[in-house]
Design a protein around this ligand. Sequence first.
Ligand code: ADP
Length: 500
Amino acid sequence: MGNTNKYILALDQGTTSSRAIVFDHHGQIVTSAQKPFEQLFPKPGWVEHDPNEIWSTQAGVAAEAVAKAGLNGQNIAAIGITNQRETTIVWDRITGQPVYNAIVWQDRRTSKFCDDLNEKGYAEAIRKKTGLVIDAYFSATKINWILENIPGTRQRAEKGELCFGTVDSWLTWKFTQGKIHITDVTNASRTMLFNIHTLQWDPELLKIFDIPLGMLPEVKSCSEIYCETATTLFATKIPIAGIAGDQQAALFGQLCTNEGMAKNTYGTGCFMVMNTGSKPVESKNNLLTTIGWKIGNNTTYALEGSVFVAGAAIQWLRDGINMISHSSESETLANQVTDNGGVYFVPALTGLGAPYWDQYARGTIVGITRGTTSAHITRAALESIAFQSYDVLKSMESDAGKPTLELRVDGGAVANNFLMQFQADICGSKVVRPQILETTALGAAYLAGLAVGFWDGLDDLKNHWAVDKTFSPGMEKSVIADYLKQWHKAVDRSRNWIEK
Ligand code: ADP
């Protein structure tokens, strides 16, 4: 099909940097480019980005990655976009100028609004429609904040003069010079305004959050030709043909395309997502129900659980208490001892995420004796990443009603073989590390490539799947039980620590 001189350009618009990767027909990376941008912290708990900088860095790295490969726009069969989710941008429909900075997913300014909604008893209704727990994390309260606090915006929004979008909407708008205002189902499912069952913006939710329907983007599938780029960046018009939020894109990039398959990303935190097939699974264990992707008329649902501090615990050993000088040293040190020596580290440095959701928990190291060394503490820190992931995985398995045979992994900390082996042992599942760890960008590339016929279908993609290393479980059941007993005891010690 004449694909030999054609490539897919994946744009990965993350929280701290914009990245672009050119993939070839075998799903291999040809070139990549990355540019960080400014993080704005106007007040404690507030996090903002300049939308124009998001655009300029993203456009810049797109051009750079293509140029580095010695290619031009004509060689790009399609563009796929993946992005930091929930981050909220509102802009003027005519001028394209943002009315305020992007309010980033981490921003906590609307926590009080969320507490009020919880007190008014909206939690169950919102969870039923959106699959989400009421939290400042999601877009709805952030849009409301802009309309309430930036003079004139409410009237303008009601007159249809303003557009809201997550970062994918903003980028497609910019790439088409304002011709289209769209998002995809995965990004929509994180706004808290989208009914994940009907796949529509929900009038009742719009009322609760006081947001005019007219400012919302049209919701599309994850893999279709949405538009062609205007010729601002490349001389040729290139189809934009895939969009998914970062975690969903990673699930697709890991080819977790069958029900029950799951991936875990080990970065600053851990993000675990499980494909639950064509029906949304309501969580009884405080996980989020979300949309995995929609291709054609088929919607795939997912369960999601996040651990707040994972790799960040290793960062803390390095930068906070100078116990190690490089993250990778954690593996060498952990291997110097035969076990954790009874030491358990609960890295609840910013509270505990799924399945505990305890914002009052704090970091705890227990079981210290006179024989404890830095090797034991480092080993306990690595083990804590695996224990926390275990807790999320078991919650997912319980919600989904079946065990996971293998966990596909990515993110910076998967370089650590000790951690990966311990994860396999504790979970009793295979842990599979693929050769290509850029799964987020790869997922966006796959979605775009499928839409333009660059790849023929899932079977074609599966041919590219290559394993770097599989870690098989081998620990005795009684040993696992002892570890888990102590771990959960340690978690109890960390909980509800600071005064409310
Ligand atoms: P993010 O995208 O969240 O910034 P990355 O996927 O780049 O994170 O992963 C970086 C994280 O992984 C850091 O927190 C770092 O401490 C941790 N990390 C990197 N290498 C190792 C290693 N060899 N062992 C353990 N942790 C590691």
